[in-house]
Design a protein around this ligand. Sequence first.
Ligand SMILES: Cc1cc2nc3c(=O)[nH]c(=O)nc-3n(C[C@H](O)[C@H](O)[C@H](O)COP(=O)(O)OP(=O)(O)OC[C@H]3O[C@@H](n4cnc5c(N)ncnc54)[C@H](O)[C@@H]3O)c2cc1C
Length: 307
Amino acid sequence: MNKEIIPILIIGAGPAGMTAAIYLSRANATFKIVDKYAPGGKMNITQHVENYPGIETISGPDLAFKMFEQLRSLGIEVGYADVNKITKEDDYFVIHSDEETLYAKAVIVATGTQERKLKIPGEARYTGKGVSYCAICDGNLYKNDAIMIIGAGNSAIEEALFVSKIVKHVHIVHRNERFRADESLVNELKAMPNVTFHLNYIPVEILGDTKGVTSVAIKNVIDGTDKVIEVKAVFPFVGSDASADFLSEFDVRDDKGFVLVNEEMMTSVAGLFSIGDVNQKVLRQIVTATNDGAIAALAANRFVKRK
Ligand SMILES: Cc1cc2nc3c(=O)[nH]c(=O)nc-3n(C[C@H](O)[C@H](O)[C@H](O)COP(=O)(O)OP(=O)(O)OC[C@H]3O[C@@H](n4cnc5c(N)ncnc54)[C@H](O)[C@@H]3O)c2cc1C
């Protein structure tokens, strides 16, 4: 079989992957970029971006679209692939997805993170029927209802603030009394008249009927008491995990699953680069993702030219 070996394949078209594509295109490199969803990554579920230099304020989807338009103006197309495994043969990588098998001399992984599951009864059953991991996307469906947000990090509080302006009531459930989110956001949320905090509580079961979620049972972690809160939707924001299970063939991840790279964004496997939120790093933001993308693009281009 005559297989086409792509010089460089970028997996993931969030800000990290799209930046790598822009830099590769401007370096006249031959490459492909693929994603399993629409380009934009997490920017598509971000309400406002107000910390990207040069742009005072913009909605996440608008910033995603601007980056995508820049790709299109350079003639770059984003292909579809849901990558489930990468292996190495001789001096090239084999990228497996349900749709097709791709071959590349260098791979840039830019697959970000995915929301962590609660792993409680009812969660899987009611996912898509009231359980959602994006309040900004689905909050509008519950305008006349009470909903529950689980967690107290930046994502949880930001999404709670957004959704509190749309829905009837927001219940926040958090396992202790410490908030990991920015203080200004927490104070803004505390001032909302339709928000109730259930601190020192954890969710134990999501209950529902044939139509969807009807309530959530929560337990007090200090005195062990239970209560049931009537809500039509539950939005868990309890952290996120690296989307990198497809790298299981390689020993390139830390004990939490995040990818380890050197200053050129290359892993310990020659030709395997990784950028953005999927990496072990101290700050997961659009600006740090784009930074990684620029560095990896030029390093990957140097790598394939040397071969
Ligand atoms: C609610 C929220 C608000 C935020 N607000 C801000 C903010 O105001 N400012 C800021 O700077 N940052 C913000 N962030 C963080 C920022 O969005 C991320 O740091 C950034 O998007 C990371 O970029 P990335 O390209 O590494 O990953 P992502 O944006 O997650 O993109 C990864 C892409 O890879 C694709 N992918 C994943 N797995 C596969 C696979 N197996 N095969 C093919 N494709 C795959 C995904 O579909 C996705 O398109 C926010 C995040 C959230 C969740």
